[in-house]
Design a protein around this ligand. Structure first.
Ligand code: AHR
Length: 500
């Protein structure tokens, strides 16, 4: 049996928990929109055609903001296509995903859906095939009260109140050769700066995100961020990070430790941003919008046959997650929370059907993937301030990261509740965790749950939606401010304590 220890103190404050950490992503990709959030013929569809079973699960997931409409899709998208009377909307080819876009769902539908889901919209503008003018048009349509051509058009389309979108992504993954309108860092940086500057002239209250690298393994990673920020430093608030993880060649131990890569990625981007700030003699800090992150078995698609035909909403990227994926995702959430001083917004990519925590059957059931659970628990229970935890833990060797601590953890504290989020990354050994909580005053155990099981590759399905779900962990004991609990191998754990 492994043993680990954790020390917690309310003085170990990192930053407030940012609600936007629990953002997600809806792209016009596969079945995320059509037969995902929107399916007018579904038995649960409301007057707007929104699946209420999906709305219900979105609220249960605790999503706080939703990025839209892409992703790669945005770089060829004309936002006007998704406004106005449906019967007049054009059908177009979506080059990014080799699909046909009917435009039946567009901007107005998305905003209405966000209101019903209780989430903040986060928009991306097309800097692939378009530029400053269309970004300004979209912003005028969304954020100006009335009395101009495009704001009046919005009102005529039924939205009397402005959509008041605050957070805007200046393009998507413009470093990627697969991106429509792919650019060099200098070209993109100039365009992003000019677009952002003009957008701020129209609405000074915006929060703007410049595209960082589409992954830390990109050959231009680091240099891309430095050049883009040299051009945009005064204009933007965020630089984006994107990261997807998967298990390679059955190497579960390395996969479970993916948060080590995320930690390093974030630290590298923060260091790069701060070095640009230092060179510019700026006091301003650029934060990170980690606006795409998840487990994604991308390598399976890289060897797939090229797409033929132009289907409408084909099933794409419908990864079916298992327990170890959920535990890894829990570790990534811990990494995001522990970096709350600089990661102030993040989006799990994506929300429904496409590498998603929520799955649907067209015309049928909606169900929770394993990965739904750590996200929903963190979104619900991470409140107040993030606390750094001091841990001592046994280590094991991994081929990708060398020595890895079995225990990874972070905590949050809001005066009333203290919650410890912890993963045991050992593939085969339970871990006895002791924690000294006396600095937090008199506490009682409120709720302790563990997501684990005998088979790390167990999955949920529409027929067995709760096969992998958090269960009460009756093993936890709290005596005189000292906690002891056993965390099974490959597990995500939430220990919730209340003030007495
Ligand atoms: O989330 C799926 C895709 O991954 C997005 O469209 C793109 O931005 C990224 O490469």
């Amino acid at each position: 049996m492994l043993t680990a220890h954790l020390t917690l103190d309310p003085a170990f404050r990192v930053a407030p928990v940012h609600r936007r950490t629990f953002g997600t992503f809806v792209e016009h990709l596969g079945r995320c929109v059509y037969t995902g959030i929107y399916e007018p013929t579904h038995p649960t569809a409301d007057r707007d055609g929104f699946r209420q079973d999906v709305l219900y699960l979105t609220r249960q997931l605790g999503a706080t903001s939703v990025r839209y409409p892409g992703g790669n899709f945005v770089s060829g998208y004309r936002w006007e296509d998704g406004t106005g009377p449906r019967e007049q909307r054009p059908t177009r080819l979506d080059l990014a995903w080799h699909s046909t876009e009917t435009n039946e769902f567009g901007l107005e539908e998305f905003m209405a859906w966000c209101r019903k889901a209780g989430v903040e919209p986060m928009m991306a503008v097309n800097l692939g095939t378009r530029g400053i003018e269309s970004a300004l048009d979209l912003l005028e349509y969304c954020n100006i009260d009335a009395g101009t051509h495009l704001s009046d058009l919005r009102v005529a389309n039924g939205a009397k109140e402005p959509h008041a979108v605050r957070m805007w992504c200046l393009g998507n993954e413009m470093d990627g050769p697969w991106q429509i309108g792919h650019k060099s860092a200098r070209e993109y940086g100039r365009l992003a700066a000019e677009t952002g500057r003009a957008m701020r002239m129209l609405d000074p209250g915006l929060e703007l995100v410049a595209c960082g690298s589409s992954g830390s393994s990109m050959p231009t990673f680091g240099a891309w961020e430095a050049t883009v920020l040299e051009e945009t430093y005064d204009v933007v608030d965020f630089i984006s990070c994107h990261a997807y993880y998967e298990e390679h060649d059955g190497d579960l131990a390395s996969f479970l430790a993916s948060a080590m890569d995320m930690d390093h990625f974030i630290d590298s981007v923060v260091a790069t941003a701060d070095s640009v700030g230092a060179r510019l003699k700026s006091k301003k800090k650029i934060n990170i919008s980690f606006d795409e992150w998840n487990v994604w078995y991308l390598s399976r698609y890289q060897n797939a046959e090229p797409m033929t035909g132009w289907p409408v909403a084909p099933p794409l990227l419908e990864d079916h997650y298992h327990l170890a994926d959920a535990v890894t995702l829990g570790g990534l959430l811990i990494s995001l929370l522990r970096h709350s001083d600089r990661v102030t917004s993040a989006c799990l990519a994506q929300l429904v059907n496409v590498i998603a925590p929520i799955m649907t059957e067209p015309g049928g059931r909606a169900w929770k993937q394993t990965t739904f659970h750590p996200f929903a628990q963190a979104a619900a229970y991470a409140t107040g301030d993030v606390l750094r935890v001091e841990t001592t833990s046994p280590v094991h060797e991994t081929s990708r990261f060398g020595e890895v601590a079995a225990l990874d953890a972070v905590a949050t504290h809001d005066g009333e509740f203290t919650t410890v989020f912890a993963v045991n990354r050992s593939v085969d050994q339970p871990l006895t965790l002791t924690a000294d909580l006396r600095s937090l005053g008199a506490l009682r155990l409120e709720e302790v749950t563990t997501l684990s099981g005998p088979d790390p590759y167990a999955r949920n399905s529409a027929d067995t939606p709760d096969a992998v779900a958090p269960r009460a962990n009756a093993d936890a004991r709290l005596t005189d401010g000292k906690l002891e609990i056993t965390l099974p191998a490959v597990s995500w754990n939430v220990i919730r304590l209340a003030r007495q």
